[in-house]
Design a binder for this molecule. Structure first.
Ligand code: NCD
Length: 331
């Protein structure tokens, strides 16, 4: 996919044709211009959040949003909660032990329960890949995927794309190295889909045991050597070692992992001089990333990513609820 497939901001199809989906379950369903449409909308929310003006916008007043999180989360849950509340919605958070919802039947029951509560939007995080789509198929309101297993985490990829676009002026034609535990990462998967779709060169840099199979089918080059993988990269995206998803010995030790794959200032020198460093959080300092890089505002975009997260989620909640709010052109 080349950048010529990206529509300029002024050239979206009108009204609801600009974003035709009822749910946001993954990046895989989106076109490049649908991604740009969300990013442009989010861009406006960044400015309104900064000026304080967003506090006076209550376009989601009277709507109930359920955050159904079957897996632990701090920043994503908080981010969706703030996004909904800032637009005037009533936001209800539901935490559930993941062990109680492991079976398909139970999940469908959960979906029916959530549906019976007549929410206007449901945000779901679940440990099983595909669980969010399954629930989306059963409920009457828009569903937003806040991370399902190793599958997708679309709002994370969107906030990452927005962060890159703001820092580097574009999110196309860049070389982007996604480094670390790619095998277990829904963040990596959604980012690979979004960033290749937008016309970037995406590389995966990971030990062989943490590299998913058939990466070439996703148009991604794989590297097991960190120095080679980082060479001339514009963006270095570090991932957390997802120990909770590892059911065997993928690595000799965290210390050896740091020696071979930890992002140190020396290693970062392989990338372009103005390369940015990203991390979705939570970070394992001293394992996949050194504190001196994580805390360097000239290179690290980590806090900016969190800020962009709220704006992107405001944009997604607004866009996905336009049909039930009767916004003209969104039937
Ligand atoms: C990520 C997740 O939960 O997939 N965190 C997040 O949403 N910011 C990544 C992770 O847990 O490492």
């Amino acid at each position: 996919m080349t950048s010529s497939t990206i529509r300029p901001a002024s050239d979206y199809p009108p009204g609801g044709d600009a974003f035709r989906h009822r749910h946001l379950t993954g990046i895989a369903q989106l076109t490049p211009w649908e991604i740009s449409y969300i990013l442009d909308a989010a861009e406006e929310w960044v400015e309104l959040n900064r000026s304080g003006a967003a506090k006076h916008d209550d376009r989601l007043a009277g709507l109930t949003i359920i955050n159904a999180f079957f897996e632990n989360s701090t920043r994503t849950l908080l981010s969706f909660e703030i996004a909904g509340k800032r637009l005037g919605a009533d936001v209800v958070n539901m935490h559930a032990a993941q062990s109680s919802v492991k079976k398909g039947e139970t999940l469908i029951d959960t979906a029916m329960t959530l549906n019976a509560m007549r929410a206007d939007a449901i945000v779901i995080r679940h440990a099983s890949s595909g669980a969010v789509q399954l629930i989306a198929d059963k409920v009457d309101c828009p569903v937003l995927n806040a991370g399902d297993g190793r599958h997708e985490h679309p709002t994370q990829a969107l906030l990452d794309a927005l962060t890159i676009r703001r820092r580097l002026g574009r999110v196309e034609g860049l070389t982007i190295a996604i480094c670390g535990d790619v095998l277990h990462s829904r963040v990596a998967r959604s980012n690979i889909l979004a960033l290749t779709l937008l016309g970037n060169e995406v590389r995966v840099v990971a030990p062989a045991t943490l590299t998913p199979p058939a990466m070439e089918r996703m148009h991604v080059a794989t590297f097991t050597d960190m120095d080679e993988g980082l060479k001339d990269a514009d963006v270095v995206m570090m991932l957390r070692l997802q120990n909770e998803r590892m059911d065997g010995a993928y690595l000799p030790s965290a210390r050896e992992y740091h020696t071979l794959y930890g992002l140190t200032p020396q290693r970062l020198e392989k990338a372009k001089p103005d390369a940015i460093v990203m991390h979705p959080g939570p970070m394992n300092r001293g394992v996949e990333i050194d504190s001196s890089i994580a805390d360097d505002p000239a290179r690290s975009t980590i806090t900016e990513q969190v800020e962009m997260g709220v704006a992107v989620r405001m944009a997604c909640l607004d866009i996905l609820t336009r049909r039930q709010r009767g916004v003209p052109g969104w039937n």
